[in-house]
Unconditional design. Structure first.
Lengths: 305, 282
C-alpha cells in the first residue's frame, strides 16, 4: 500500500505461545440455528487442510480455525500475546518435530491463529511452542488521521494494494462487502482480541438465514458497512471497518466466518475497490501450501535474518 | 411446569486494576452503575437518564459459584418473586425484571425503601418458574421464554381470536442491525443490547424507558440469538445505556417468532410496558 506510515518507530517484541488444545465440556453438544444439536471440530489445536485462499464455509466444522491455534499458559501473558500479535506477524515453531518452520498470523480468535505450510502442520500438535515476533500495534497513517489501524503488521501494510489516492482518500482493495445485518457475536468486544463473527453464511441451511456471504474465503480482506472498530466493535452509520477473514464455518447460531480488524474510520476517508484477489494468500507465504516440510524449512532458513 | 427455588446474592460491582473503560468515541470513563445495587433508577425512567454504564433499576444478583450463577441466570424469569433472606432488608419482596449475560446476573426490582436497605452479599431467594412454560392458545410458531407464567397476561400482548397471530404493543420496532452484545449468545440467559445512544431519539423513537417492550426485526431468539430474515423478537428493556461500542440498553427476550405470526403495534408516545405498579412494588 502506497501510504506514509510510522513503520520505523514500531518496536518489535518477541512473544512466546504454545499450540493450545481444542476445548469441550462434558455436555459436548452445541445448538445450530434450527435448534439441532451438533458436535463438530475446528476450534483449537491444529486444524489441517484449510489455508488462506480456501473457502471459509462448507466444512463439517464449527468455528473453524485454520492452522495452529496459539495461547500462552499465563492469563496475563496470554492477553499480551493476543493483544500485541498482528496479522502478518512471523511465527516460528520453537519445539516439537516442526521446529524451525515459519508461518504467519492470519488473525485472532481468542487464540492467535497461524497459517503454516500443510507439511509443517501435519507434524504439529498441542503443546508445541511457537515464537511470535509481534509488531504492528501503534501503526498510524500520517495522511489519514481519521483512520485507526490495528492488528496490522507493517509488512502486510506494504504488500496490500492501494494507498493514498489522488483525492486524498485511502484506497483499500476488498474481496467482499458485508452488510451491517451480518454482524454477529463479537459486537461489543474490544477490537484487538478475537474477531467479529458474520451471520448469513450458513452454507446448506435455510435461505432465510442467508446474507449472501457463503462464498467468503479464509484470508479475504473484507469491508464491514456501518461498523466502527476504532475503540471496540460497534454499529455506527457512516463508518467502515476493514478486516481479514480469519475463521471459517460455524454452525452455532449468531456466529460465522469472522474478520479480524485491520483498520476503521469514516466511510469518506476510504476509497473501496472490489478485487477478488484481495486475500492474504496473495501476499504471504513464499511457498505453495503443499510443499514438503523440508522445503518449508529450507525457505524458512533462507528467509531468516 | 417446574418451579425451582434458587438463592442469589446481591452483587458487589467489580473492576480490574484500571478503573477505566473506553467509550465508543475513544474517551476513557469510569463505569458507574454497572451491576450491584443502583439507587434512584426505576422502571419507567429513561434508559438514558443516568450517566452510567448498563445501570439497572434495582439490585443485581449473582452466585459465587460460576455454574450456579449460570443456572440462576438461565432459570430466573421476569415476574418471578424474590425475597430477601438476610441483612437489614430481610423479608422484603421484589420481582425479577430481567437478566444480563456473560457471567450471569439477575435483576430484581424492589420498593425504593427496600432497595436502599440492601447491601452487597445479602441473600435473596428467587422463586423461579417459566422456562419450559408454553401457554395454551398461542400460535405454534411463537416461542415464549424468560417470563413467569403469571406475568405474560399482564403485559400488553394479545392473541387473535382465531389463535393464528399474536400482537405485542411495543414502544418501537428496531432493525436487527442495531443488535449488539448478546448476538450469538443463548437467549435464555443473556440480554440483547441495542446500540442506541441518546442522540438517536426521533419521532418514531422519542425515548426508551426501562420496562418498555421493544421489538427487533430479523432476530431469532429461540436458542442462541441471531439473524433470521422475516423473524421478530420482542423483549423487555432491563438496563440502561452504555458508553461502550456495541452496547446499549438491553432487552430480555420474551417472545420470538415469524414476523407474520408475531406482530407488533408500536406506540412511540403512549406505550406502557413492565411497570412497578404492575409488579405491585410502589
Amino acid at each position: 500500500m502506497k501510504v506514509q506510515a510510522n513503520q520505523v518507530r514500531l518496536p518489535r517484541q518477541v512473544l512466546a505461545g504454545e499450540i493450545w488444545p481444542a476445548l469441550a465440556d462434558r455436555h459436548a453438544f452445541r445448538v445450530d440455528p434450527d435448534g439441532r444439536p451438533f458436535v463438530l471440530p475446528g476450534m483449537g489445536a491444529v486444524t489441517l487442510g484449510v489455508h488462506c485462499g480456501d473457502p471459509a464455509t462448507g466444512y463439517a466444522s464449527d468455528h473453524l480455525e485454520p492452522g495452529a491455534s496459539v495461547r500462552h499458559r499465563d492469563p496475563a501473558a496470554n492477553y499480551a500475546l493476543q493483544f500485541l500479535t498482528c496479522i502478518g506477524n512471523e511465527v516460528r515453531v520453537a519445539s516439537g518435530p516442526a521446529t524451525g518452520a515459519v508461518g504467519h498470523v492470519i488473525g485472532q480468535h481468542a487464540y492467535v491463529l497461524v497459517d503454516f505450510p500443510e507439511a509443517a502442520l501435519e507434524v504439529m500438535g498441542p503443546g508445541d511452542g511457537v515464537t511470535v515476533v509481534a509488531v504492528g500495534q501503534g501503526l498510524a497513517l500520517a495522511e489519514h488521521p481519521s483512520i485507526v489501524v490495528k492488528n496490522c503488521d507493517p509488512g502486510l501494510l506494504d504488500r496490500l494494494p492501494g494507498g493514498t489516492s489522488a483525492d486524498g482518500r485511502l484506497e483499500v482493495h476488498v474481496a467482499a462487502r458485508v452488510p451491517a445485518e451480518a454482524i454477529g457475536a463479537g459486537a461489543g468486544m474490544i477490537s484487538e482480541y478475537a474477531n467479529t463473527d458474520l451471520m448469513g453464511a450458513y452454507a446448506g441451511l435455510g435461505d432465510d438465514l442467508s446474507l449472501g456471504l457463503e462464498s467468503l474465503r479464509i484470508g479475504d480482506v473484507v469491508c464491514l458497512a456501518d461498523s466502527d472498530h476504532r475503540y471496540g466493535r460497534g454499529y455506527r452509520p457512516g463508518y467502515l471497518t476493514i478486516g481479514v477473514i480469519s475463521t471459517g464455518q460455524c454452525m452455532l447460531f449468531g456466529h460465522g466466518p469472522g474478520p479480524s480488524t485491520l483498520m476503521s474510520g469514516p466511510a469518506e476517508a476510504f476509497s473501496i475497490v472490489d478485487d477478488a484477489d484481495a486475500n492474504l494468500a496473495s501476499w504471504l507465504h513464499p511457498w505453495p501450501s503443499d510443499a514438503p516440510l523440508d522445503a518449508a524449512l529450507e525457505v524458512a532458513a533462507e528467509a531468516a535474518p | 411446569m417446574t418451579r425451582v427455588n434458587l438463592v442469589g446474592f446481591v452483587e458487589h460491582p467489580v473492576l480490574g486494576e484500571s478503573p477505566y473503560r473506553v467509550s465508543r468515541d475513544g474517551v476513557s470513563y469510569v463505569p458507574v452503575g454497572d451491576g450491584g445495587v443502583v439507587l434512584g433508577l426505576e422502571l419507567g425512567d429513561s434508559a438514558f437518564r443516568l450517566a452510567a454504564d448498563h445501570a439497572a433499576p434495582g439490585a443485581c444478583l449473582m452466585h459465587p459459584d460460576a455454574a450456579a450463577r449460570h443456572a440462576l441466570a438461565a432459570f430466573a424469569c421476569i415476574g418471578n418473586r424474590a425475597v430477601v433472606r438476610t441483612g437489614s432488608a430481610a423479608g422484603a419482596a421484589g420481582s425479577v425484571i430481567g437478566k444480563r449475560g456473560e457471567e450471569g446476573r439477575v435483576i430484581v426490582a424492589f420498593r425504593p425503601g427496600d432497595l436502599s436497605a440492601l447491601r452487597p452479599s445479602d441473600e435473596v431467594l428467587v422463586q423461579t418458574a417459566g422456562q419450559g412454560w408454553r401457554p395454551a392458545g398461542i400460535p405454534a410458531e411463537v416461542a415464549v421464554l424468560n417470563i413467569d407464567p403469571g406475568m405474560l397476561a399482564a403485559l400488553p400482548v394479545e392473541v387473535s381470536a382465531d389463535g393464528s397471530t399474536m400482537t405485542a404493543r411495543v414502544r418501537a420496532v428496531l432493525p436487527g442491525k442495531l443488535a449488539g452484545n448478546g448476538i450469538g449468545r443463548p437467549a435464555a440467559s443473556w440480554d440483547l443490547d441495542l446500540q442506541l445512544t441518546s442522540d438517536d431519539r426521533s419521532a418514531s423513537l422519542p425515548d426508551v424507558l426501562l420496562g418498555d417492550l421493544i421489538a427487533v426485526t430479523d432476530i431469532d431468539a429461540r436458542y442462541n440469538m441471531g439473524y433470521r430474515r422475516d423473524w421478530l423478537t420482542v423483549g423487555v428493556v432491563v438496563h440502561g445505556a452504555s458508553p461502550l461500542p456495541g452496547h446499549g440498553p438491553g432487552i430480555t427476550p420474551i417472545l420470538t417468532g415469524p414476523a407474520g405470526t408475531l406482530q407488533t403495534s408500536p406506540d412511540p408516545a403512549g406505550h406502557v410496558g413492565l411497570t412497578a405498579a404492575l409488579l405491585q412494588l410502589q
